[in-house]
Design a binder for this molecule. Structure first.
Ligand code: NAP
Length: 298
């Protein structure tokens, strides 16, 4: 596409017609989701006649939502809490990542009409790191947390051949159950075992917060961090999956200690871009999507 055409398209509002393709997110709550902003900017960057909306779907209604997807001819579906696990069991087939996680955040309509479930969260983080010059292959990681987001990250890091993973979680049993996603290269510690945490932090290249510590949806400030600042050194890359607020206490401390810092908004945008690639075959403009998300957040 020429620069002139791109500029002309950017200044022309998208006209929705009877033939516009529709994609959507289902979840509850969903009213404050950034996905419509991010995806509509992505579709615009591709210059395609698609629109993206949000549907509030209560727990237990995922089957009805997938039936509606077929009935209405939706071209793509994003899936968020509390439906990710239900949808993994309701679609016709699932990708390797979604199979390992038993969790689906993306539904694609295959050419034969079958619904295919994918999980783009973990690969979204890998893409976000790569865009900022961090290649996880061969790296040692400390992952804080063992919930849904942590599990998708562990699975993706294993598939991208990181060297080893320490999983630190409040509940040790949950951390141990996540080890199966990275067999042979992962081990678990309790988040409150300060000696084990100190030893792990001193041996890794990358620290990833996948707990919800630091999240504060009502404020742009967060004062809690899952990791003591004195465990962070300039050789670390510190990644926070939390993106509200975008500048968390963990990232502030990491910056002050001379570490490279990577926020969670990049992962959110990259996993959405991967969804669009699955639905349309094309990669949207991630920078445009990031700028729109940042603006919506602020
Ligand atoms: P989840 O499944 O509910 O898991 C929450 C995790 O945080 C668990 O490991 C939990 O430990 C831990 N945790 C919660 N409160 C804690 C506390 N007070 N002290 C210690 N540990 C605590 O949630 P999730 O879906 O994995 O999401 C985790 C975070 O990632 C959220 O902030 C979410 O917004 C963010 N996220 C970001 C993206 C992105 O694109 N950037 C994508 C997905 C999620 P236990 O197992 O012991 O309960």
């Amino acid at each position: 596409m020429t620069h002139d055409l791109q500029a002309a398209m950017a200044s022309t509002p998208h006209r929705i017609t009877a033939s516009t393709s529709v994609a959507a997110v289902i979840g509850d709550p969903v009213k404050h989701s950034l996905s419509p902003v991010i995806h509509n900017v992505g579709f615009q960057s591709l210059g395609i006649d698609w629109v993206y909306v949000a549907f509030e779907v209560k727990a237990g209604q995922a089957r009805a939502a997938l039936d509606a997807m077929r009935t209405f001819g939706l071209r793509g579906l994003s899936v968020t809490m509390p439906h990710k696990s239900d949808v993994a069991h309701l679609v016709d087939t699932v990708s390797i990542a979604a199979q390992a996680l038993q969790s689906v955040n993306t539904v694609e309509v295959a050419p034969n009409g079958l619904l295919v479930g994918h999980s783009t969260d973990g690969d979204g983080l890998v893409a976000s790191l790569s865009a900022q010059g961090v290649d996880v292959t061969g790296k040692s990681l400390l992952i804080l947390g063992a919930g849904g987001a942590a599990r998708s990250v562990i699975d993706a890091m294993y598939r991208h051949r990181c060297h080893n993973i320490v999983i630190a979680n409040r509940s040790l049993a949950s951390a141990q159950s996540a080890e199966v996603l990275a067999p042979e290269i992962s081990r678990s510690i309790a988040l409150n075992d300060s000696a084990a945490l100190r030893a792990a932090a001193s041996s890794v290249d990358v620290v990833i917060n996948a707990t919800s510590i630091g999240m504060n949806k009502d404020s742009i400030h967060s004062s809690e961090s899952p990791l003591s600042a004195d465990l962070i050194t300039p050789r670390h890359t510190v990644v926070d999956l939390v993106y509200h607020p975008i500048q968390t206490e963990l990232l502030r401390n990491a910056h002050d200690r001379g570490a490279q810092t990577i926020d969670g908004l990049g992962m959110l945008v990259h996993q959405a871009a991967l969804q669009q690639q699955i639905w349309t075959g094309f990669m949207p403009n991630v920078s445009d999507m990031y700028r729109a998300a940042l603006q919506a957040l602020s």
